[in-house]
Design a protein around this ligand. Structure first.
Ligand code: NAD
Length: 332
């Protein structure tokens, strides 16, 4: 029902219901890699929860899904602590909402902001630690603070460099994904063997990486795109665009479709250019990410308990709706 029809008592009851529902979806998605519903169904329930909490902030609880990143780690994995938390990301669903984000940011910074726009890869977040240029630890995001140690599994992925060209100490982060073509082949094989199929490439990637037996991971075709250097300032890197260039020089796979955007018109063009690619790229993307390009400014803006204030995801409309629109266009 409309937000203005709630009083505190009815809101508390509705929040309880919504949290139970959202938590059920989250456990199936994050912990079991077997989502119960499509992302847009989850996003709708999550946004309803967030909107109601915004109207009644006194009813926000620290264990509400709006205050938490991801979910708990799977038993059996060694736990890894992220000294710098691996956060979630705020999201919007229209260019108008991007404008609101940009206005707010410009207001707090006091000048125009330059962004680095990137594809939002639909995989699972990964942290890779190199000491003296050697890969020593790979971990998942988990609940943002405690992730799973997947070093042995990651070492089965060819695209991940074991050794860097320089003997440096660095933590890099990015996304592990399964190519769409490999996902289709994997599901075909599983179906033939009478095994449960994966709902989408994201869940196939997560289910393949979070295996206690790395030999299973080796049989799956996984790859990575890296996009963050956690200790970039140690290497004199001042912008996100520079960080991407450096990652590439160090031998990491870096997605080629990023673009520096100085205005919202640039961002609009980026979205227009990238949206159709969703149908043709051999990896899943569920939107674009706008990041403040200047790393000092990112640090100055900081994070909320759950998301960085310096980045935002613009999510594409659900695939199904797009298919319907295409079909209608075809019929007409
Ligand atoms: P998120 O996936 O929306 O955003 C944060 C993540 O984006 C980061 O952790 C990172 O892994 C990823 N990312 C991809 N490309 C990136 C790039 N270029 N730069 C930086 N980060 C990049 O956040 P979330 O909190 O993990 O999850 C919310 C998402 O999961 C939503 O899309 C939601 O629909 C989906 N979800 C679905 C269900 C379901 O039941 N279907 C349940 C829970 C969550």
């Amino acid at each position: 029902k409309p937000l203005d029809q709630y009083d505190e008592t009815s809101a508390a009851a509705a929040l309880k219901k919504l949290r139970t529902q959202v938590n059920q979806y989250r456990e199936a998605y994050y912990t079991k890699d077997q989502p119960l519903v499509e992302d847009y169904v989850y996003d709708t329930a999550y946004n309803d929860l967030q909107a109601l909490e915004k109207k009644f902030p006194q009813l926000i609880t620290p264990d509400s899904p709006t205050q938490l990143v991801g979910d708990e780690t799977l038993p059996g994995f060694t736990k890894v602590r992220h000294d710098i938390p691996m956060l979630s990301m705020g999201d919007v669903f229209s260019v108008d909402e991007l404008k609101t984000f940009d206005d707010r940011l410009q207001g707090s910074v006091g000048s125009a902001v330059t962004y680095n726009a990137e594809l939002k890869i639909d995989g699972l977040a990964l942290s890779l630690v190199y000491q003296g240029g050697k890969l020593t630890q790979a971990s998942t995001r988990g609940d943002g603070i405690i992730g799973e140690d997947v070093t042995a599994n990651i070492k089965t992925i060819k695209a991940v460099p074991r050794t860097l060209p320089r003997p440096i100490d660095v933590e890099v982060r990015g996304e592990c994904y399964m190519p769409v073509s490999s996902f289709a082949k994997l599901n075909e094989d599983r179906e033939q063997r009478g095994e449960a199929v994966f709902a989408n490439p994201r869940n196939a990637a997560a289910g393949s990486l979070r295996q206690l037996n790395p030999r299973i991971t080796r049989e799956r075709d996984l790859s990575v795109w890296l996009y963050t250097i956690v200790n970039a300032q140690d290497y004199g890197i001042t912008t996100q665009a520079d960080a991407l260039r450096t990652l590439s020089e160090w031998g990491f796979p870096v997605n080629p479709n990023s673009r520096v955007c100085r205005t919202l018109t640039d961002v609009d063009h980026y979205i227009t250019d990238m949206t159709p690619q969703r149908q043709t790229l051999d990896y899943g993307i569920d939107g674009i990410v706008l990041k403040v390009n200047d790393l000092d400014l990112q640090a100055q803006l900081g994070n909320t308990v759950k998301v960085p204030r310096w980045e935002i995801a613009y999510k594409f409309p659900p695939e199904m709706a797009r298919t319907i629109v295409r079909e209608i266009t075809w019929t007409v």
